[in-house]
Design a protein around this ligand. Structure first.
Ligand code: GAP
Length: 513
């Protein structure tokens, strides 16, 4: 299936079945903006929970905050975003279309555009006679455009602010308050899940480039001595990742490297940085992304964000190419030092008898890009055996875990029994739906389309012996189990602690596929 076809198919199901709704769709929509529908909301929550398990709950000293999205201008001046968070643009003199010039140059000439100055880009445009791709018109001189959304706060309009372009800034400006509140000692980390905003020049590719998106960020505070050794490094030391170095004989090529070796050879600056790379790898594996579709790319100097000493991005192979979904950055003391200077409040912590401004390692994830990757990897087109498209989400990630069906809508006793079971499961916090409409085959197809892994059917036998069938989405096989054991079986199936294959060994298979 071509890339466009795949994205179109996913887009169609995702919008029809309530994963996403184009923002203000009834008014013609808004570029680069989607609302989460009911199914998407549940799935987003699942991704957040898995992230929280791995990066917050599995660690000893990580604290989560939830910051304001509106920030006064001083914060973003201190962070460097007012000056540096800019993209080079040129406008067509004929049709007024605006282009991000570094990307235009990359697309049309297949040469790197990022990191070049406006003057350098202008020269390339002139020398190669690049014109407006839409109408052939002449392009203007290159200017820089700040991609933050500016705001005027309050009725006088005199207080300038911005919607935050990254969640990280709330963590830095609240650093002193947090460590005092939780009596933290180095090393410790502050995490945050929340919305960020960027006035992207050309939002596109469905969920890939949005103007409002959700980040899950973690800022690890320490010192160079602390970062050198991680007490749990042994857990990731032997993990082998696909790595694309920016320098050396393998620059630009994918190599396999163990995290221990990457630290030994000085490729990664310290064990903490490598530990976060390892946890990030395990996170994407847990989301069901295959090994061969995950790579870690070291960002070359000319592409690296202004605040970072070293950046390694996670890229996932999507139908539209290898695309960034996460970035690990060694921000060192850039942010806390700048905020200390601009605010006059020293953002420092007691360490070994002195007040020190800590260094920072950051892991920054985008939920929507991660969701796009999951949707693509789990999409299964229709075939002879199953003439409808479906999503093979791992059960613990599926937005809805269970569907409960009475076999026949007109059989009152079956409907009542099914409703009773549905309500019972809901009380136990299982994500469950009830559906009585249409043939059972159509209901299974509807469930597959949003990736529901298990369907429970209440039939004639249920009324006689209190057993139900469980249909497994992936194999389409069914087993019959006693209702009294159902909750336990479902919990195990959904968490992944047992497989349907295991269940098949213990309970009789029923019906045909
Ligand atoms: N605090 C560091 C930071 O914000 P970034 O590489 O600019 O770093 C981190 O962004 C992640 O946020 C990206 O890897 C991506 O997943 C997500 N992201 C950034 N811009 C985005 C956009 N316009 N649309 C969707 N996701 C975006």
């Amino acid at each position: 299936m071509s890339a466009k076809n795949l994205v179109d198919r996913i887009y169609e199901i995702a919008t029809r079945r309530g994963f996403f709704i184009p923002t203000a769709e009834i008014y013609g929509g808004l570029a680069g903006a989607f609302d989460y529908g009911p199914i998407g909301t549940l799935m987003k929550r699942k991704i957040e929970e898995i992230w929280r398990e791995i990066f917050v709950l599995d660690e000893d000293n990580v604290w989560e905050i939830d910051g304001n999205v509106i920030l006064p201008e001083r914060v973003l001046m201190a962070s460097g975003h007012v000056e540096n968070f800019v993209e080079p643009v040129a406008q067509c003199k004929k049709c007024n279309a605006v282009y991000r010039v570094d990307k235009l140059v990359e697309e049309l000439l297949n040469i790197p555009g990022e990191g070049k100055t406006p003057k350098e880009l202008e020269k390339i445009i002139k020398e190669n006679n690049i014109r407006c791709p839409a109408c052939g018109g002449e392009l203007s001189d290159v200017r820089v455009f700040n991609v933050m959304f500016p705001l005027l706060i309050g009725p006088t309009g005199r207080l300038k602010g911005y919607l935050r372009p990254e969640t990280a800034q709330n963590i830095f400006i609240n650093f002193n308050r947090v460590w005092l509140a939780v009596r933290a000692r180095l090393p410790f980390a502050i995490a945050q899940i929340g919305k960020s905003f960027r006035n992207e020049i050309s939002p596109r590719q469905f969920l890939y480039r949005l103007r409002e998106f959700t980040q899950m960020e973690i800022e690890q505070f320490g010192t160079p001595e602390i970062f050198a050794k991680h007490p749990r490094f042994h857990e990731v030391v032997d993990l082998e990742i696909n790595f694309v170095p920016a320098k050396g004989e393998n620059a630009g090529r994918t190599i396999k490297i163990k995290l221990g070796e990457a630290v030994e050879k000085g490729i990664f600056p310290n064990e903490y940085f490598a530990y976060y790379i390892g946890k990030t790898y395990l996170f994407y594996k847990r989301l069901g992304i295959p090994d061969e579709d995950i790579r870690f790319r070291e960002i070359p100097d000319y592409e690296r964000p202004f605040y970072s000493k070293m950046n390694v991005d996670v890229e996932i192979r999507l139908s539209i190419g290898w695309k960034e979904v996460e970035g690990t950055a060694y921000r060192a003391d850039y942010d806390l030092s700048r905020h200390s200077r601009f605010s006059g409040v020293k953002l420092a912590i007691q360490h070994n008898g002195k007040m020190v401004i800590p260094e920072v390692i950051e892991a920054s994830f985008g939920i929507e890009r991660t969701m796009l990757a999951i949707l693509e990897k789990c999409f299964r087109p229709e075939n002879y055996d199953r003439p409808w498209a479906w999503f093979a989400f791992p059960p613990y990630l599926a937005p809805i875990s269970v569907a409960v069906y009475p076999l026949l809508e007109k059989e009152k006793a079956m409907v009542e029994k099914a409703k009773e079971l549905y309500r019972k499961l809901r009380k136990k916090k299982v994500n469950v739906v009830f559906d009585a409409k249409g043939s059972i085959g159509k209901r299974y197809a509807r469930a597959d389309e949003i990736g529901i892994p298990f369907c429970i059917t209440i039939d004639h036998e249920t009324l006689e012996d209190d057993t139900v069938t469980i249909r497994d989405r992936d194999s389409k096989e069914q087993v019959r189990v006693p209702i009294k054991e159902l909750e336990d079986i479902l919990n195990k199936l959904i968490s992944g602690s047992v497989s349907f294959e295991d269940i098949k060994k213990r309970y009789p298979l029923v019906g045909k596929k």
